[in-house]
Ligand binder design. Structure first.
Ligand code: UD1
Length: 450
């Protein structure tokens, strides 16, 4: 059993074979509340180990990746109490290990944050190369370059990254590519290093800023997060603190796209609209109505969205994590839409599944060309990664008939209670365990949303 007595992510993945069944064709309507940011949570939770005192973290999404990370922290000796309300108490004084096992870290990519954290805390870390979504090559050379610039010796032996330093000393690190993970990991190694570190060409994502704010709440001196130059003055010690994580930009974007795709009318609440600008801009370009409030965004879809061109880019550009969800709107928009994926080389694996549902999409290298069709039809499909899974849910909501989605453990990695939230918006979506009789539990007829 894991934190709070709940079934652990590993147990969940190991035992339950579940599917989603969606009876599509209904516009989503109502209000949905967005949870804490996954990509901030998976960095902030391990970062709590850098403090000498306990940390209390609020607004964590209660998703498999967070549950799994809590288990990894416990495995290396931390006291972690995570509950379903998204609060975690992390006490690091009992952490004695600077190693984590392959069985644990292979479950999730963000386990690479233990490298920066344990290196910063103990001057030593041994972490197997991380797992995570199969969306293409995901090297960590920039993380390693940063650790080495701070004086660490880094080797990879038998699939384990081993980093050690007698003393970490601040330096300037220029990132060759804008990397979220490397920016955050170098911050972790640098917060307690001697002297100053400057990260040039740093990632500017909202969760990079959130992590910097968390470190500063513990007494760190990090300035410039949110710009491409981050300056860190090392401090001797960090205190425990209490911190609330920002809303999830990608969950919010997923619901905005789902509202638009189903020609629905949804208030996406508890968000930071500024973080949503790139997605808002694209929806507006497609003729969809988007109304911004202080902490909500209302999306009102239309029957036939206009074509669009999208290129994924680091923040504030269009996020690669929303490329797959928005491809569903491109599939049914009027005319030819083009999506260019500039960050990852295998992020069109959902296209094959969308084709099974009637979409007309050609992929050439990292570019997908969509000839908009009149509608999608339900089919059995397989989620190949987290955001591909989100895209297939949206496609299922749009389609006529029943869509059966396999491999939904990918979706559970990053979306909390997604079927409950969608059901509250009027969707007909059921989680079905292996052996259940799925079609009998589905609600009745599907009315075309478009
Ligand atoms: C994070 C997010 C992921 C998101 C991605 C891009 C987390 C846990 N995951 O992943 O959801 O899709 O940012 O916004 O926060 N790269 C290198 N060398 C490196 C590191 C990265 O070449 O050392 C390249 C990658 O191959 C990729 C690009 O840089 O092309 C961006 O990757 P990065 O920002 O590091 O992604 P992640 O941190 O893995």
């Amino acid at each position: 059993m894991n934190s709070g007595g709940e079934a652990s992510a590993i147990q969940v993945r190991g035992i339950l074979l579940e599917k989603f069944y969606i009876s599509g064709g209904k516009p989503l309507t109502g209000k949905v509340s967005i949870g804490g940011a996954k990509n901030a949570a998976v960095a902030i939770l391990p970062a709590a180990l850098l403090a000498d005192g306990p940390c209390t973290i609020h607004n964590l999404p209660y998703i498999d990746d967070v549950i799994c990370l809590a288990d990894i922290l416990k495995e290396i000796g931390a006291k972690v109490n995570l509950n379903k309300r998204g609060e975690a108490y992390v006490e690091s004084s009992t952490v004695t290990q600077y190693k984590a096992s392959y069985d644990m870290v292979k479950q999730m990519r963000a386990s690479y944050y233990l490298l920066g954290v344990l290196l910063g805390k103990f001057g030593k870390a041994e972490i197997p190369l991380p797992g995570g979504c199969e969306i293409g090559a995901r090297p960590i050379d920039q993380h390693i370059k940063g650790f080495e610039a701070l004086g660490a010796n880094v080797v990879i032996e038998h699939g384990v990254v081993k980093a050690s330093a007698k003393k970490l000393i601040g330096n300037e690190v220029y990132l060759d590519v804008v990397s979220v993970g490397a920016t955050i990991n170098i911050m972790f190694a640098a917060v307690k290093a001697e002297g100053s570190t400057t990260i040039v060409n740093a990632a500017k994502e909202p969760h990079v800023v959130d992590v910097a704010n968390f470190l500063n709440s513990m007494g760190a001196n990090v300035k410039g997060a949110g710009t491409d130059t981050i300056r860190i003055k090392g401090v001797d010690r960090l205190n425990g603190c209490e911190y609330t994580i920002i809303p999830d930009q990608i969950e919010a974007g997923t619901f905005m796209v789902a509202a638009a795709a189903t020609a629905g009318d949804v208030v996406v609440a508890d968000v930071i609209p500024k973080h949503m600008e790139s997605i808002t801009a694209k929806l507006l370009e497609m003729g969809i109505e988007v109304i911004e409030g202080d902490d909500y965004i209302r999306v009102r879809g239309i029957q036939k969205p206009r074509r669009v061109n999208i290129k994924t880019l680091p923040y504030p550009g269009f996020p690669t994590d929303l490329q797959q969800p928005i491809s569903v709107i491109c599939s049914i928009a009027k005319g030819t839409s083009i999506i260019h994926e500039s960050l990852f080389d295998h992020r069109f694996r959902h296209v094959e599944e969308l084709r099974r549902m009637g979409a007309n999409i050609k992929v050439e290298d990292r570019t997908a060309i969509f000839e908009g069709v009149d509608g999608l039809s339900g089919a059995p499909v397989t989620a190949t990664d987290l955001r591909a899974g989100a895209a297939l849910i949206i496609a299922g909501l749009v389609a006529n008939g029943v869509t059966e989605i396999d491999n939904i453990h990918f979706i559970d990695r990053g979306y909390e209670r997604i079927e409950e939230k969608l059901t509250a918006l009027g969707a007909d979506i059921r989680r079905v365990k292996d052996g259940d009789k799925p079609l009998k539990v589905l609600l009745g007829s599907s009315n075309s949303a478009r």
